[in-house]
Design a protein around this ligand. Structure first.
Ligand SMILES: N[C@@H]1[C@@H](O)[C@H](O)[C@@H](COP(=O)(O)O)O[C@@H]1O
Length: 239
């Protein structure tokens, strides 16, 4: 693991965007041998996406032969809902770059068979040869994608009930109303992310300091147990 410390969120975004662009350009992707990029939502990647758009407009990177797989999506939220991850990706990135929309993969949280949707997504990642670079953020409890505390390290794409902390954190996107936040999501698993050739996690803000400290300096044991208990207790609460 490599820890890259930058002074400001803007410098983090500059660094990560340049890293992604250098990787895509070094791979010289073609239609036969595309570059496979895993992508997150949330506030953490927004500035990175802005930089990618700027670089694309300046002609320093093309996404023509890039295939993307997003990490997660809410269950039951219409695709065109402003807070769906489909909408997020469209507005924050895909509408502004030269990606072929047929190369964009985002889990369908409205599929009639959610289990099948997850299995097919995992299989599709494998069928293109796996993810070259998975970009991610983390929640304050250290979760990646929607792999809430207690998620198995061997987990793959599946349906997940959201932790109370995540619902509270994400209520800011739903008029501050926890009742409007979907209770469930489809998410790639921890093993799905770890199977990528490279993983880059963007962590900014004091509220993420504890999660970062745990990830870097300690084995996630004691605290994980506390969060795990909290998660399972949270499942029982009613809003
Ligand atoms: N499913 C997303 C995660 O993928 C994201 O990393 C996390 C942190 O979001 P933010 O970057 O806004 O802090 O929020 C949600 O839970």
């Amino acid at each position: 693991m490599k820890l890259i410390i930058q002074e400001t969120p803007t410098e983090v975004a500059d660094y990560v965007a340049k890293y992604v662009i250098d990787k895509i350009n070094a791979a010289k992707p073609t239609a036969e041998k595309p570059y496979i990029l895993g992508l997150p939502t949330g506030s953490s990647p927004v500035q990175v996406y802005q930089r990618l758009i700027e670089h694309h407009k300046a002609g320093t990177v093309s996404f023509k032969n890039v295939i993307t797989f997003n990490m997660d999506e809410y269950v039951g939220l219409p695709e065109d809902h402003p807070q769906s991850y489909h909408s997020f990706m469209k507005h924050n990135l895909f509408d502004h770059i030269d990606i072929n929309l047929a190369n964009v993969n985002i889990l369908n949280g409205n599929a009639t068979d959610l289990q099948k949707e997850c299995e097919e997504y995992e299989a599709k990642i494998k069928s293109v040869g796996g993810v070259d670079l998975f970009l991610g953020g983390i929640g304050t409890d250290g979760h990646i994608a929607f792999n809430e505390p207690g998620s198995s390290l061997s987990s793959t794409t599946r349906i997940k009930t959201l932790a109370d902390d995540t619902i509270i954190a994400n209520a800011r996107f739903f008029d501050g109303d926890v009742k409007k936040v979907p209770r469930m999501a489809l998410t790639v698993g921890v093993a799905t992310v770890m199977a990528a050739k490279e993983v880059v996690i963007i962590i900014t803000g004091a509220h993420k300091a504890f999660a970062l400290y745990k990830a870097v300096e300690e084995e996630a044991t004691g605290e994980l147990r506390v969060k795990t208990v909290k998660y399972f207790k949270g499942l029982k609460s009613t809003w």
